[in-house]
Design a protein around this ligand. Sequence first.
Ligand SMILES: *Cc1c(COP(=O)(O)O)cnc(C)c1O
Length: 364
Amino acid sequence: MINIASPIIGRKERKLIKEVLDSRILASGKYVAQFEQSFAKYSGAKFGIANANGTTSLHTALLMCGIKSGDKVVTTPFSFIATANSILFCGAKPIFADIDPKTFNINPVELEKMLKKERNVKAVLIVHLYGLPCDIDAILKLKKKYKFKLIEDSCQAHGAEFKKKKVGSFGDAAAFSFYATKNMMTGEGGITLTNDEKADKYGRQIINHGRVGHSTHTVLGYNYRLTNLAAAIGIAQLEQLENWIEKRIATAQKYNEAFKGLNFLHTPVVPKSCRHVFHQYTVRIAARERDRFMKYLAENGVGSGVYYSSVIYKQPFYKQLGYKSGVCKEAEKAVEEVVSLPVHPLLSKANIDKIIKVIKSYKK
Ligand SMILES: *Cc1c(COP(=O)(O)O)cnc(C)c1O
């Protein structure tokens, strides 16, 4: 079976891990600071705060933006549940705006409708889904007009670019995940980026029990720290990231070319202004065909996945909170039609050819 995801662990990762083990400095250590600096630099942000995972990284980003109990935060319903949960962690209220069916990202027109309707929206949490940047120009225009804090959930978009600039520094803060299946990984891990020195200072407190100095605690904090072990893996992974992204893009281009003539499937749309890093290569297929298509792929040795099979507000927990169905029509349609195909950098040419051949011989 060709897997939908496959982590890569190289020689450098092993070497650095051994160094950390030998040093016996397993919790915070020099690799954490080194990793923070290199990842922030790579992404074009001034500061990076490494932390436990993408979810803690989102929570920290929201707190750094001053999100508190009762605040309204607009986000997309078409994402991993952690996106909206991080808003709830702050005691704030997630408000969902619909997506653009072509890019799967939040639609700035729908976003503005929500900003007008809800008023006093404190922040907007955008998600660069599958590795494709949102419409940053339109969103920054709205930020000017409505004065909200902008947070980028970049958990799937390491190295993605809008107009040649990397995601993660367009807003007030950004969150990345280094979970095992992301475009680069540390097992579990995350980083929060910002260009604001004060926010950076506060963020460092949040992830470390609210501590200043050795034993003074001035704010409510958590233990969201990243380990030296994880950071060592991250340093080695970051060195490979550009290679891996280029491979993903090349594979995606091969798929686009090969699937052009197929009328039962829609290939991903990439706006000219964007560098899509293809965390997922996601196609659309008629809802009634999807199960049979995925079963056919599996029978022919090709793994596939559905990200995500439900909009967030239709999850049982969100229903309990009182969220109703039907508010984001495009997102509700997308969850029925999306299928992601293997696009990870470990795919061989033979793997890619096989995937193309299998899909081309699918009979509706
Ligand atoms: C992976 C992911 C997260 C959460 O990251 P974890 O490291 O798993 O906590 C949040 N948002 C999006 C869009 C993700 O893909």
